[in-house]
Design a protein around this ligand. Sequence first.
Ligand code: MN
Length: 191
Amino acid sequence: MNFTLPTLPYAANALEPAISQQTIEFHYGKHHQTYVNNLNTLVKGTPFENASLEEIIRQADGPIFNNAAQTWNHTFYFMQFSPQGKNAPDGQLAEAIRTQWQSLDTFKEEFNKAGAALFGSGWVWLVKNPDGTPAIVKTTNADNPMRNGQKPLLTFDVWEHAYYLDYQNRRADYLNALWNILDWKVIEERF
Ligand code: MN
């Protein structure tokens, strides 16, 4: 299988000021592209050559896992944003969040806290547990919650390359700004 970089459903400057055009050009155009390129090179001649991205994430280790998971995680991250997204969830997802965290604001605070406290590089996620309940989880480096049987719903990238051009060391400000461009319609569909 030849993996490709997905086309973004918005212009490179459309998410400003939360994410600048320059960050999109580096983060999507260089980092994300490099994970895709590395993965295509690494799987050649291996049992993963014709596997799906999800199969590789569940089964591989080492560099093949790292580049497959980073390819998947970045696509999942970039596709949840929109300059004119839905600013709050409705329906079953809204109810699940209220049941777990009392309010959307409390959920966002807990999510931001988890992202700010993650030491080093990684991802903070909203996931759906096998029993249907939502949870906030952190993973380090390329790791993905589907390795633990959880269904990813939303993720914020807290690798420094995701925010350093725009926010330098202010990771909390970056996390806070992402809520302004998150499209909750995408998250509802994933739920
Ligand atoms: Mn990244």
